[in-house]
Ligand binder design. Structure first.
Ligand SMILES: Nc1ncnc2c1ncn2[C@@H]1O[C@H](COP(=O)(O)OP(=O)(O)O)[C@@H](O)[C@H]1O
Ligand SMILES: [Mg+2]
Length: 262
């Protein structure tokens, strides 16, 4: 027993997220069914599986949007099960949505500034723009990092689809999260935009740990340190990208379908 604890310690010391037996029921449907996994700090951990497998619901459970029927979520060693999305954002967890979450009628700059305002200490959050120094610094960093300088004063609604999805990732990073949950960030993107966004996600990992739902299986295999496969609410398999790809159960349930969807 002691030996076992010893070997487990280094792993849990580098875990940013531990999901244990997570389950949620919607009436008769068990949308997420006893799912457990560990995401390592600085890594890209991807969740794939057919449409309806429960991936977005899993993200909703981890990010506090919905409460589980059973199970727990441990973030940085702290049990965060059932905490509100706002509390989790302040704890360092940030998520993007499968559906765009930008203010289309505001500029790129204003979208980033609103999101960065959480960096200001409580009570200063409603300071005038010019005095929100922490927020403004963060906006400048993100505009440089995401090469948005020439688009900064365009309305978000006028950006291309690819630019909007990248702006969403920048918005999610405003709060300087430790863990970033990205739900299908390349959905609807052209091949070139998908490649570029993939490279960008790869370059973010390390500073921030990433949990990714992605429908482009090729991209997942290229980007991920660890892949979790879901099917009908349950975890079907997990491992290194090559291990998952070679797993007969995964091939039968997923790759074999001819529908390469996450
Ligand atoms: N709020 C909800 N109420 C009822 N059923 C839901 C709800 N959210 C998701 N579902 C169902 O749960 C299943 C998993 O959905 P989802 O997590 O969106 O799958 P994925 O993201 O893998 O495509 C689907 O059958 C979906 O219809
Ligand atoms: Mg989904």
């Amino acid at each position: 027993m002691l030996e076992r604890q010893k070997t487990l310690l280094p792993q849990s010391a580098s875990a940013v997220l531990e999901v244990n037996g997570l389950t949620v029921r919607f009436g008769a449907l068990v949308a997420v069914n006893d799912v457990s996994f560990v995401a390592q700090r600085g890594h890209i951990t991807s969740v794939i599986g057919p449409n309806g497998a429960g991936k977005s619901t899993l993200f909703n459970l981890i990010s506090g949007a919905i409460r589980p029927s059973a199970g727990s979520v441990v973030f940085n060693g702290v049990d965060i099960t059932g905490k509100s999305p706002t509390a989790l954002m302040h704890a360092g967890l940030s998520r993007s949505f499968q559906i765009t979450n930008l203010f289309f009628e505001l500029s790129v700059y204003e979208n980033l500034r609103l999101a960065s305002q959480v960096l200001e200490p409580a009570g200063r959050a409603i300071l005038s723009i010019g005095r929100s120094t922490l927020a403004l610094e963060r906006v400048d960093e993100l505009i440089a990092q995401f090469r948005l300088a020439d688009k900064a004063h365009e309305l978000a609604g006028y950006l291309s689809h690819g630019e909007q999805r990248r702006l969403e990732i920048a918005v999610c990073l405003s709060s300087r999260p430790k863990l970033l949950l990205l739900d299908e960030p390349t959905q609807g993107m052209s091949h070139a935009d998908t490649e570029e966004t993939g490279d960008m996600i790869k370059s973010l990992a390390g500073d921030v740990s990433i949990l990714l739902v992605e429908h482009d299986v090729g991209l997942v295999m290229k980007l991920s340190d660890h892949v979790i496969v879901m099917n009908q609410g349950a975890k079907l398999a997990e491992g290194l990208p090559a291990e998952v790809r070679a797993n007969p159960a995964v091939q039968a349930a997923y790759f074999g379908q001819g529908k390469h969807h996450a």
